[in-house]
Design a protein around this ligand. Structure first.
Ligand code: C5P
Length: 222
């Protein structure tokens, strides 16, 4: 079978994974998977349907039946309607990390993620890309940055969108989310044994993307 290369980029909330992974995918001409969007979509559907975030029995079928289409430019359609910004709301962010603790929800999403591994290659970002979904990835990067730096980046992002939130509340949300993602039993957030750690606290986006591409090229040429 033809080998389809995968670059797995994992890390905590607001570590820049999405931006870095999408830019690396564009530079290589690879497909891009934002796996967090799937957990966000499950949380969004749960909110719409009044399904509690702890009701795994109802959440798993909802995850399995997601009608989602990923469009070019990072937009996505849920049940045929644009849900790109709706799933970025803070309530959905918090909900996503709660629905993601359930092993049955994770299992319902795994094949959908693997199906996106297509030529010429895939860059996938999330929490368990390197540990669970693509354990044979060609390159695994685990991004880190201090919680303060991540909260401040998110704060700037939201301000430019005209959304007003305090830095303190963002820092609290990020710490809560980190704690929940790292302490859950099913696919907890942790670097794969063979992942390269990349601390982005003092790196620009371009520098971080450059590092990922350089690592990938070095491996490919070995
Ligand atoms: O990456 P993003 O912040 O969009 O992810 C939202 C939530 O989805 C995370 O806090 C995490 O709980 C969950 N998630 C996950 N596994 C992934 C991607 C996201 O558990 N691969």
């Amino acid at each position: 079978m033809t080998h389809v290369p995968v670059i797995a980029i994992d890390g905590p909330a607001a570590s820049g994974k999405g931006t870095i992974a999408a830019a690396a995918a564009a530079a290589l001409g690879f497909h891009y998977l934002d796996s967090g969007s799937l957990y966000r979509l499950v949380a969004f559907k749960a909110l719409q349907g009044g399904v509690p975030f702890d009701d795994a029995g109802r959440l798993a079928p909802l995850a399995a039946a997601l009608d989602v289409r990923f469009l070019a430019g990072g937009r996505l359609l849920l049940d045929g309607e644009d849900a790109t910004s709706a799933i970025r709301e803070e309530a959905v962010s918090a909900g996503a990390s709660q629905v993601a603790v359930h092993a049955s929800v994770r299992a319902a999403l795994i094949e959908r993620q693997r199906a996106l591994r297509r030529l010429p290659g895939l860059v996938a970002d999330g929490r368990d890309m390197g540990t669970v979904v693509f354990p044979d990835a060609d390159l695994k990067v685990f991004l880190t940055a201090t919680a303060e730096e991540r909260a401040s980046r998110r704060h700037k992002q939201l301000i430019t969108k005209g959304i007003s939130v305090t830095l303190d509340s963002l820092l609290r949300d990020i710490r809560e989310r980190d704690e929940r993602d790292a302490s859950r039993q099913a696919a907890p957030l942790r670097p794969a044994g063979d992942a390269v750690l990349l601390d982005t606290t003092h790196l620009s986006i371009d520098e971080a993307v450059g590092r990922v591409l350089a690592m990938y090229r070095t491996r490919k040429n070995k």
